[in-house]
Design a protein. Structure first.
Length: 643
């Protein structure tokens, strides 16, 4: 196959124009007539053609699904040719007759399907052509294309051509036609081939960063455009591939393009398309329903849908495309609100849609409208080429800018990752891994952050003479700011523990340090001093109350740290008798949420509060952890019996 195409190429380049006039007979449509029906007698030589109509008046969109074409021409010169042949250029399934004898066929007459290789040569036996006028007849199954695509319709609805001459010369003429017609599509198709490769890179970037939805939308848009443009190139070059594949590419490509191209602009502008935009997109996608019928039902029985497509669906689709082309200006309006880094991207998107807007407006002139000339008939092919190059150029620059932004986002993400790692290291130092032993008590702690860096903290500081100072808290926020706040509070607690063991005084000092900071965050905190005798003295700054043997311990509650500089924290006193268990938790236990959105809640927490710290944490985690979970249990041991 590759050798044949190269032969066509060199023949087209070297073949002189004079050779056509010398040995090729052109049978014009004026020499032909047509008649609807499927009568086999229409292929015979003796036939009355009085009721037949001129072929020049035939229109693909409104004609019968089954009809015959009969052409009269003097083909006697073919008897002196070594390899005589007839060449037909026609996008339809047909059977070809010469003087009542079948000499070849194309496509499937029963289904109306055909191959996109629409220029075919059929050999004629040497000496079989009689002198005088010969009759070339064609039995045609007219496939009324329902595709809602202007370029493909323009290519497939090309004029009927019939040539007679030497087979090699006809092949050379075909090659020249291929080069002439495909040259208008090759440049933009080559550009879009590059864009298709870049689209794969965009998709990989999206997989790397799922938050960049605009990368996914643009990658699908670019792949769709690439498939559509390459399909147009293949059709213009008469490549031998089935019509069904051509229709499938048009159907899927245009729907995917419509559904992703316009939402891409809004995603780039960090906005959501309004209900009206989505309605227009959905209706426009539905306008490709006839194309789906044409692909799924390979027959000519849907010819009526072709008329509907031409008279209503196609004009509606063009109008909707015009509206959608203007949506890019809505997405980036007003201009002053667009971030400076997005403005170059916004300008390119507007340029892209301006080219599309002119294209769709030109296509609308092909619809018979009184007083409006058919600009598309004259400038359609140049507009295809210009639109392709403009779109390809804009997208290439657009992709370059997006790659630049993605690189910047990658650098920022790397910096954030380094910051989180630093915060994690800080937090690892501040959260004790080894819990000190407290005589007469059993202490168990569990800390499970919801992310790399959490906002929970706790400290256990043994006291001289027995007992310990226990601190548990929850800092609002995450990341390095939360880690730095935790370091501030833990440092304050450890410093104050050398001077005072009063929970109220410790909380007041911590609050002073918090309010002196410029941040807007706050911290809930509970400070509890447990003495060797089992006496508990606690002060609370908005934290969850602890539990003793499954029952909530009522405490005087003060404001969270960092909200008011003059806040005071009252102390509450109680007793922990052996073998009672004291349980302290953060709100990660209570705020655990299952798949149905149900919170774990206070009742369930109270019910499991007498269990071990590990059991409590695992229960909340399995229910559905959403926040940091910290659990600390302190159990007073039985006093050893006296001797």
């Amino acid at each position: 196959m590759r050798r044949v195409y190269w032969a066509w190429f060199f023949a087209a380049v070297s073949f002189p124009v004079a050779a056509q006039a010398q040995s090729v007979v052109t049978i014009s449509p004026q020499q032909c007539v047509w008649h609807s029906g499927d009568n086999p007698a229409s292929g015979t030589t003796n036939l009355d053609e009085k009721t037949w109509q001129p072929l020049s008046a035939w229109e693909r969109q409104t004609s019968a699904s089954r009809f015959w074409i009969r052409c009269h021409a003097d083909l006697s010169s073919m008897n002196s040719i070594a390899h005589p042949a007839l060449q037909v250029a026609f996008y339809d399934a047909y059977r070809l007759y010469l003087n009542g004898t079948v000499i070849g066929s194309a496509g499937n007459l029963d289904q109306g399907s055909f191959n996109m290789n629409a220029i075919r040569s059929f050999p004629v036996a040497t000496g079989s052509v009689s002198s005088g006028s010969s009759i070339v007849a064609m039995q045609v199954a007219n496939r009324v294309l329902l595709t809602n695509s202007g370029p493909i319709n323009g290519l497939v609805n090309s004029n009927f051509e019939l040539l007679a001459g030497d087979a090699s010369i006809l092949d050379a003429l075909r090659a020249r036609k291929v080069l002439t017609r495909s040259s208008h599509y090759f440049g933009s198709a080559a550009c879009f081939g590059i864009i298709g490769v870049m689209a794969m890179m965009l998709f990989i970037l999206y997989l790397y960063d799922r938050s960049r939805r605009e990368l996914l939308l643009l990658s699908i848009t670019c792949v769709s455009l690439t498939a559509i443009r390459l399909n147009e190139l293949a059709t213009s070059a008469w490549l031998p591939y089935p019509l069904a594949i051509c229709l499938f590419v048009v159907l899927v490509g245009n729907i995917a393009l419509t559904a992703t191209q316009y939402p891409f602009f809004f995603a780039l502008a960090n906005r959501r398309p309004g209900p009206f935009i989505w309605l227009v997109i959905i209706i426009n996608c539905c306008c490709y329903f006839p194309n789906a019928v044409d692909f799924a039902v390979p027959s000519s029985s849907t010819a009526w849908l072709g008329t509907l497509t031409l008279s209503f669906i196609r004009p509606l689709s063009l109008l909707l495309h015009v509206l959608l082309s203007c949506s890019v200006f809505v997405a980036f309006w007003p201009w002053r609100r667009i971030p400076p880094r997005v403005r170059p991207l916004a300008f390119l998107c507007m340029l892209w849609m301006t080219a599309d807007l002119f294209w769709f407006l030109a296509e609308m002139t092909a619809i018979p409208i009184p007083g409006i000339p058919n600009v598309f008939a004259t400038w359609g092919v140049p507009l295809i080429e210009a639109r392709g190059f403009i779109t390809a150029g804009v997208i290439i620059v657009l992709l370059g800018l997006l790659f630049r932004d993605q690189r910047q986002a990658t650098l920022e993400r790397a910096a954030l990752a380094a910051e989180l790692e630093a915060a994690r290291v800080v937090q690892k130092v501040l959260i004790p891994e080894e819990i000190p032993a407290i005589a007469g008590f059993s202490l168990e702690t569990v800390y499970r952050p919801a992310s790399q860096v959490g906002g929970d903290f706790f400290q256990v500081i043994p006291l001289e003479g027995g007992g310990a100072l226990i601190v548990i808290g929850d800092v609002s926020g995450k990341g390095m700011p939360a880690a730095m706040t935790v370091s501030l509070l833990v440092g304050t607690v450890r410093t104050l523990a050398h001077y005072t063991q009063s929970p109220g005084e410790i909380l007041a000092a911590m609050n002073q340090r918090m309010t002196a900071r410029s941040g807007d965050g706050f911290t809930t905190c509970l400070v509890l001093r447990v003495e060797a005798s089992g006496t508990l003295i606690a002060a609370n700054a908005g934290h969850l109350s602890p539990y003793i043997n499954g029952k909530e311990l009522l405490l005087e509650n003060g404001l969270p740290l960092g909200l008011a500089a003059n806040a005071q924290y009252m102390e509450s006193q109680s007793n922990l008798a052996a073998p009672a268990r004291l349980t302290l938790i953060t709100d990660g236990v209570i705020e655990a949420r299952n798949a149905d959105g149900e919170l774990y809640g206070f009742e369930r927490t109270a019910a499991i509060s007498s269990k071990s710290a590990d059991q409590i944490a695992k229960t909340a985690e399995l229910f559905g952890q959403e926040d940091d979970i910290t659990v600390l249990t302190l159990t007073r041991l039985d006093e050893p019996a006296s001797a």
